[in-house]
Write a protein that binds this ligand. Structure first.
Ligand SMILES: Cc1cc2nc3c(=O)[nH]c(=O)nc-3n(C[C@H](O)[C@H](O)[C@H](O)COP(=O)(O)OP(=O)(O)OC[C@H]3O[C@@H](n4cnc5c(N)ncnc54)[C@H](O)[C@@H]3O)c2cc1C
Length: 290
């Protein structure tokens, strides 16, 4: 299958890309890794008149750490982040989730910015951004703004980004020292999108949970931050009964759809089971400060 005709631009700087978006944003699309956009174009589900290819922008795929925040250039390949020693040390939750995004070939091309802008309801990265209260920096001809994960994801494949805005950076806070983490998901086959997935971060002090973060994917039109489940965990001693309570709170928070891959009831049930498992694994990885 072939895409409909389009005009092609290949800017060399962010300024150039932003100018092109100002001119063509309504009828144009940014091309990053192409792993979602190109299939959509080939199936003629997307017919942008203009393509703005950001792959030649120098330094757009760099990672730096700033005051405990991992700052990824929008063009950082998913595979590069997955294999980064900095990510492994400072945010292993992100590494583990990225490992389950499609296949290595897809992650070699797919970018962090592309996955977040695409906002697939079953994406891993959107849930990680949500769990860790990350944000994106977006630029347009009118300036730069930061958009928190909580404000970014609107519904299926829809974000708060304006069509003339370019994500230039993704900012993900590193895990607190001693925090335990777990990413758990279930998919029909290796490499498939998750039917449901959950990311958990736990911090324990003096035998009680001091901080809990839980976000899910695949169980609503956007990633779900399970705030009620987090609240009921904090201040309590970890136990299987507590994990059961958290699982019930997660099931109450999700609103999955059924489709040809799984029913809504199955997704809801599995969201709870995965949460219990992830809480157990995250706890086993916590280290109390001496
Ligand atoms: C077989 C297969 C399996 C997959 N499995 C998974 C999976 O399990 N989990 C998962 O999360 N993903 C999966 N994906 C999707 C993959 O992660 C894509 O890489 C990702 O969704 C899009 O990233 P990209 O860089 O390829 O973006 P592109 O496809 O180039 O772009 C996607 C969208 O984002 C916009 N965009 C891209 N970059 C920017 C930017 N910097 N600023 C503003 N807008 C931008 C584009 O205009 C487009 O609308 C799979 C893909 C395939 C083909």
């Amino acid at each position: 299958m072939k895409p409909a005709r389009f005009e092609y631009f290949c800017p060399r700087t962010v300024d150039e890309a932003v100018d092109l978006l100002a001119e063509h944003g309504d009828e144009g699309k940014v091309l990053a890794g192409g792993q979602s956009l190109v299939p959509l174009m080939n199936m003629r589900l997307a017919r942008p008149a203009v393509i703005i290819d950001i792959n030649r922008i120098d330094g757009f795929g760099n990672l730096r750490e700033q005051n405990g925040i991992l700052c990824f250039g929008a063009l950082t390949r998913q595979r590069a982040a997955e294999r980064s020693p900095v990510v492994a040390e400072r945010c292993p939750l992100l590494r583990d989730a990225l490992h389950l995004v499609g296949h290595a070939q897809i992650r070699n091309r797919g970018t962090l910015g592309g996955s977040i802008a695409h906002a697939d309801p079953a994406a891993e990265l959107t849930a990680i951004l949500s769990a860790l209260d990350g944000e994106v920096t977006a630029r347009s001809a009118h300036g730069t703004r930061k958009i928190a994960a909580a404000d970014l994801f609107v519904t299926y494949l829809t974000t708060a980004l304006d069509p003339r805005e370019l994500i230039v950076e993704i900012r993900i806070p590193a895990l607190a020292r001693g925090a335990g983490w777990s990413w758990m998901e279930i998919a029909r086959r290796h490499g498939d999108f998750a039917l449901a997935g959950v990311g958990v971060v736990l911090t324990v002090r003096r035998g009680a949970i001091a901080e809990a973060r839980i976000a899910l994917t695949g169980v609503a039109p956007t990633p779900v931050r399970a705030a009620a489940a987090e609240r009921l965990l904090v201040g309590r001693a970890p136990s299987d009964t507590l994990w059961d309570e958290a699982a019930e709170a997660v099931r109450a928070a999700v609103t999955p759809d059924g489709d040809i891959h799984a029913s809504a009831e199955y997704r809801k049930h599995v969201a709870g089971v995965l949460t219990q498992r992830a809480l157990r694994e995250a706890l086993s990885r916590t280290k109390e400060a001496a």
